[in-house]
Design a protein around this ligand. Structure first.
Ligand SMILES: *Cc1c(COP(=O)(O)O)cnc(C)c1O
Length: 423
């Protein structure tokens, strides 16, 4: 028997919560009703003809119902949730199916991260467990909610595996840990966490808490890697995903959480009723259409090709050290070396600043994160962007470390050809 018990794990005030109800929960709108229940403006949105012309499609792109924007959006989003379920019911991990009852949708995964904290953690009493190096929002959101942090670092690079023995010991010995946030693939590690390790935490013999797996980058990982549908098998597993990364929709702010129906129910009770705007919902539905899916797969293919190219080209640049972590995301974590060929934060920070200030290329300095000494996190861009980045990095490292660039034979030849053309 799993020691998990929602009635003692969730906060009592959340369990007792009567969710906000709108009149349209009682009386479904069939489009013919006169809607005088929500103090909306029946004369319509304050959008003049030029705003409408500027924002509506030219006939080919997605139609967003601009003229319907004076109405509140759907608080439940069941149609959108069904589309997400259709995508994630892959039967790689269970024969069971997840349904809209297993889902929460929020303003990015950031809302789900926060909602879980508010659902389970009593401020100034309960704590969460995180495994550095990891995504910064777990600790920021914990701090906002006055929830303490317990850290069990991942095993050293390059594997960045979960230290599952230490995690489970900590869950036994430390009091009041309600949630563990696992990032898979990790940010900034780019490594998937082994399913067997997640299972070991889920099978903890005494811990009454929730395992949250953040799959923000899962669509860059091998087919079948997502554990979303696995929530049908575990009462205390939550899986988060987002449209901000592989789907290229960071601007609409849509994140989802999959959970057992009772947990999803609590999260839906505590959220603001109209958290998902109608344009966000409409655009998200396009993403889950066949066309949206094939566009995602095509763009992902291009990103993976550029990721492979970075993996080939970066080690050839003098001053670039080892790849740390995995290759299961749309970014890579690489060491920057000093003139003594040692990974070094002063060098990495200087490279980071020089790239941004003098070369117009912005990457992320991660050298202060646990086990990431001297590391930059590089997002995989377009072919042109990667070309520009590689050139800029080579020059910058030469400047920072005071060495000259060795021109390879190929490039030598190209340059001679180019100069002979000019000549
Ligand atoms: C980018 C990212 C997210 C996405 O957050 P949104 O609020 O959905 O944009 C979530 N988790 C991790 C680990 C990320 O790197």
């Amino acid at each position: 028997m799993s020691p998990f018990n929602l009635e003692t794990c969730a906060r009592p005030n959340i369990l007792a919560l009567e969710p906000y109800r709108c009149a349209r929960d009682d009386y479904k709108d069939d489009g013919t009703n006169v809607l005088l229940d929500a103090n909306e403006n029946a004369y319509g949105p304050s959008l003049g003809p030029s705003a409408i012309a500027a924002t509506s499609s030219s006939g080919s792109g997605p139609e967003i119902d601009l003229l319907g924007l004076h109405r509140y959006p759907d608080p439940h989003q069941r149609d959108l949730k069904q589309l997400v379920c259709n995508l994630r019911n892959t039967h790689h991990h269970t024969e069971k199916k997840i349904t809209p009852d297993n889902m929460f949708v929020g303003v990015g995964s950031d809302e789900a991260i926060d909602a879980l904290l508010r659902c389970f953690c009593v401020p100034a009493q309960d704590r969460i467990l995180v495994c550095p190096p990891t995504y910064g929002m777990y600790s920021v959101s914990a701090q906002v909610n006055d929830v303490g942090l317990v850290k069990v670092p991942l095993l050293p690079a390059p594997s960045f595996e979960l230290d599952v023995e230490k995690v489970n010991q900590t869950l036994s010995s430390e009091k009041n840990i309600k949630l563990i946030y696992l990032c898979s693939p990790g940010n900034p590690t780019g490594s998937l966490i082994a399913k067997g390790d997640i299972r070991k935490v889920l099978e903890h013999p005494t811990w009454n808490g929730i395992v949250v797996v953040d799959e923000a980058y899962i669509d860059f990982s091998p087919e079948g890697a997502s554990l979303a549908e696995w929530v049908a098998e575990w009462p205390n597993l939550v899986v988060m995903q987002t449209l901000s990364k592989a789907f290229g929709m960071a601007g609409i702010r849509l994140g989802v959480a999959f959970a057992s129906a009772p947990i999803a129910h609590l999260l839906n009770n505590l959220k603001a009723p109209y958290n998902i705007s109608s344009p966000t919902s409409a655009l998200a539905s396009y993403v889950f259409s066949d066309e949206g899916q094939s566009t995602m797969r095509a763009n992902r293919g291009k990103i993976v090709a550029q990721r492979e190219r970075l993996l080939r080209e970066l080690p050839k640049i003098k001053g670039v050290g080892r790849l740390r972590g995995g290759t299961e995301s749309n970014f890579l974590l690489f060491e920057m070396l000093n003139a003594e060929a040692k990974p070094d934060n002063v060098t990495a920070l200087k490279v980071y600043e020089t790239l941004a200030e003098n070369k117009g290329v912005v990457v992320r300095f991660r050298g202060k994160e646990h086990g990431c000494l001297g590391c930059l996190r590089i997002t995989v861009g377009t072919e042109e962007e990667v070309t520009r980045f590689l050139k800029a990095l080579e020059k910058t490292l030469a400047e920072v470390n005071g060495h000259t660039i060795e021109v390879s034979k190929d490039e030598d030849k190209k340059e001679t050809e180019a100069s002979s053309v000019i000549a």
